[in-house]
Write a protein that binds this ligand. Sequence first.
Ligand code: CAA
Length: 240
Amino acid sequence: MSRVALVTGGSRGIGAAISKELKAKGYTVAATYAGNEEAANAFTAETGIKTYKWNVADYDSSKAGIAQVEADLGPVEVIVANAGITRDAPFHKMTPDQWKEVIDTNLTGVFNTIHPIWPGMRERKFGRIVVISSINGQKGQFAQVNYAATKAGDLGIVKSLAHEGARANITANAICPGYIGTDMVMAVPEKVRESIIAQIPTGRLGEPEEIARAVSFLVADDAGFINGSTISANGAQFFV
Ligand code: CAA
C-alpha cells in the first residue's frame, strides 16, 4: 500500500512540484490550498492529485480537513508543511496585522498541520515530516521581520520534533529554499528581484523541482537516520 503524503499549499509553486514528485515516487498525495480554487481545480485536472481546501492558520479547520483526508485516503504518514505567505514591509511600516497574519500561517500553521497527525505517527511508529523554511529564516531579510521570524521558528519546531519523534521512527527535517521562481518571488518589485539574482552565485532563480527533489530524499523509508537536519537549497547564496 502506498504511503499517504499531505502537502500543505500543495497546488501551486514549490508545493505543486512537491506533490507531483511524491506522486511520481508512488505516494498517495493530498494537496491543500487556502483560497485559489481555480488553480487547485486546474492542478487536479492536470495531475489527478486530490486537493482539499482549508486554512492552515486555523486549528479546528486543519483538524477537520486532516480527518477528511484520512477518511478518504488512509492515515497520513508523510507531512510536507509548505504553506506560507509574505506580507513584506520595512519594520517601521509593518502593521500588527501583517505580523499576525504571517505568524498565524507560517508558524502556527505548521503546528496546526503536524499536531493532529502526530499521535497516529507515534502509534504506528512511522512518520516523515518536512517543513519548508527559507534562506531568510537563516540570514534575515530587509522587509521580512515577520516572515524571517516564522521561518527561523520553523527550524526550532523541526529540531524539537526530531528529538521527540526519533524513538518512534518519526523524522522531522527542514529545507531552506533560496529564491525560487514562484509567484511569491515574482511579486517582489522587478528591480529588487534583479538585485537579488545578482547575489546568487548560480546566477539564476531556483526551480520548484529542485526543492521537490530534496523532499523526496528526506521522506524516503530508508532516510530514518536523517533527523533534525536543515538542507539549504539556494544556489550558493548563503552558507550557515
Ligand atoms: N535591502 C536594502 N534596502 C532595500 C531592500 C533590500 N533588500 N529592499 C528595499 N530597500 C530599500 C529601497 O531601496 C528603498 O530605499 P530608499 O528609501 O533609500 O529609496 C527603501 O528600502 C524602500 O522603502 P519604502 O519605504 O519605499 O518601502 P516600501 O514600503 O515601498 O516597501 C518593499 C517596499 C516591500 C520593501 C519592497 O522593496 C520589497 O518587496 N522588497 C523585497 C523584500 C524581499 O526580498 N522579500 C522576499 C520575498 S520572496 C520570499 O520571501 C521567498 C523566500 O523564502 C526566499
